[in-house]
Ligand binder design. Structure first.
Ligand SMILES: C[S@@+](CC[C@H](N)C(=O)[O-])C[C@H]1O[C@@H](n2cnc3c(N)ncnc32)[C@H](O)[C@@H]1O
Length: 222
């Protein structure tokens, strides 16, 4: 039983199954990508869970995003979810370091018929983002890469968002460790990022308790 002021219900396996039974299930390409990614072992836990992917698709549709930047491709599940929410003319740039994982992603994007909406940029994301035009007018950003880079990515991307554009950042709980009295390592980086976002008067933001915590921010109208 939660204390009366704690209205977020703790997730259990049973409740998670219930939640999954009430979202659009993974389509055959998504199922295949989940299976292939699972063969990578421990790394597979980096893939966003399906309920979060469903949220990314819905949010992309909701704001009619046509220009998306993602930081952290891995095997492409979140990229696919974003691309599925875009119109065919939409363009998504996704950044990663690993050509090996990206090959798995590219096969899935092709099989889903969305490969022509996606541009993969291999290399350190900080360099890729610095190379984007100041006038990129991005509609939607999804951050899901190295946690120590989040503040830099945020600072590169907020100015390149259109007024009213949306920024999402994953793992803002960092397994709950961001809330430790003295967080260390990646948890400390995430805690610093969370304080950075809270203090940023260019955006409104909320932290959603989805999966490992997801920050949703909207850039103010100019
Ligand atoms: C949590 S995974 C992304 C998961 C992905 N969003 C998904 O749903 O499958 C993080 C990714 O960030 C990439 N990454 C880590 N440091 C990076 C950097 N400096 N620049 C670009 N990508 C980086 C890793 O190679 C890894 O694929």
């Amino acid at each position: 039983m939660n204390p009366p002021d704690l209205k977020t219900v703790a997730m259990t396996p049973r409740l998670h199954d219930y939640l999954l039974s009430h979202v659009e299930p993974p389509d055959p390409v998504q199922r295949q990508l989940i299976s292939i990614t699972a063969t990578l072992g421990d790394a597979a836990e980096m893939q966003v869970p399906h309920e979060q992917a469903a949220f990314l698709t819905l949010l992309t549709r909701l704001i009619r995003a046509q220009r998306i930047v993602e930081v952290g491709t891995f095997t492409g599940y979140s990229t696919l979810a974003l691309a599925l929410g875009m119109p065919p003319a939409g363009r998504l740039i996704t950044c990663d370091l690993s050509a090996e994982w990206a090959r798995i992603a590219q096969d899935a994007w092709r099989d889903a018929g969305v490969a022509d909406r996606i541009e993969l940029r291999l290399g350190p994301a900080a360099e890729t983002l610095r190379g984007l035009p100041e006038t990129a007018n991005i509609d939607l950003v999804f951050l899901d890469a190295d946690k120590v880079g989040y503040i830099d990515y945020w600072e590169q991307l907020v100015p390149r968002l259109r007024p009213g554009g949306v920024l999402l950042a994953d793992n803002v709980f960092y397994y709950g460790e961001a809330a430790d009295d003295e967080p260390v390592g990646n948890a400390a980086a995430i805690d610093a990022f969370n304080r950075h976002v809270r203090a940023d008067d260019r955006v409104d933001s909320v932290m959603l308790p989805i999966a490992d915590g997801l920050t949703l921010a909207r850039k103010h109208d100019s």
